[in-house]
Design a protein around this ligand. Structure first.
Ligand SMILES: [Cu+2]
Length: 106
């Protein structure tokens, strides 16, 4: 049993972020975590397909349209900084404004 406790103690903290995507916004559009956190985004759409891209992290995934489940993306937020994210699937007139930021604090 001791090894299990040690394993749990060593595991980095995970933070689940539930996010909604809809024309033309992410809710929440600003997320703050502490450096060293494993961030697990769970994103569902309220309308059409959207994309979820974090260019600085090389992440680019599709958020399925409403009713078709959610996107799960895991990001190891090891380094402090601002990580902009954006919709990467053309979704209408406001597509280019559909963005947000993950702030990783020291
Ligand atoms: Cu879009």
């Amino acid at each position: 049993m001791l090894w299990l406790l040690l394993l749990l103690a060593a595991a980095p903290p995970t933070k689940v972020i539930h996010m909604t995507a809809e024309r033309f916004t992410f809710i929440p559009s600003q997320v703050k975590v502490k450096a060293g956190t494993v961030v697990e985004f769970r994103i569902h759409s309220e309308d059409t397909n959207h994309g979820f891209r974090i260019p600085a992290a090389g992440i680019n995934e599709v958020i399925p349209k409403r009713g078709k489940g959610e996107l799960k993306v895991v990001f190891h937020a090891d380094r402090p900084g601002r990580y902009e994210f954006e919709c990467s699937k053309p979704c209408g007139a406001g597509h280019n404004m559909m963005r947000g930021v993950l702030i990783v604090e020291e």
